[in-house]
Write a protein that binds this ligand. Sequence first.
Ligand SMILES: [Zn+2]
Length: 128
Amino acid sequence: MRKVWSEELQTVVAQADTRDYRSRWACFACRTAFVRWRPAADEARMAICPTCKAPACDMGYLFTPPPRRDQRAWARMQVLADHGIRFHRTGSVAFINAFLLTDGVGSARALDQAVVRWKKCWRSGGTL
Ligand SMILES: [Zn+2]
């Protein structure tokens, strides 16, 4: 996190949404992951896959890419990406591992349904 001097507050403050860390990007077209700096907020949050030149998705620096041959695992990761679920914090990773990827061999469709259930739960503030 970059820190800058704030005249108004007369202290050093953390500046959000800067190139504060490198993140892991995933390309679902060719099942590749690579590391890049996160773009600042005013730039397009996009990276191009160095392998196949398709647009890649910022999955968070804690993202662990599945092996390229594991198409089911990549399909599940794409479901998470489509739902906006990222591996930016340890809490997110813990949640994903404990509640979304529990079976380890579940289909992308089952995961999609699980995420939809969780989103309903979050919105209502209730239980599953
Ligand atoms: Zn690619």
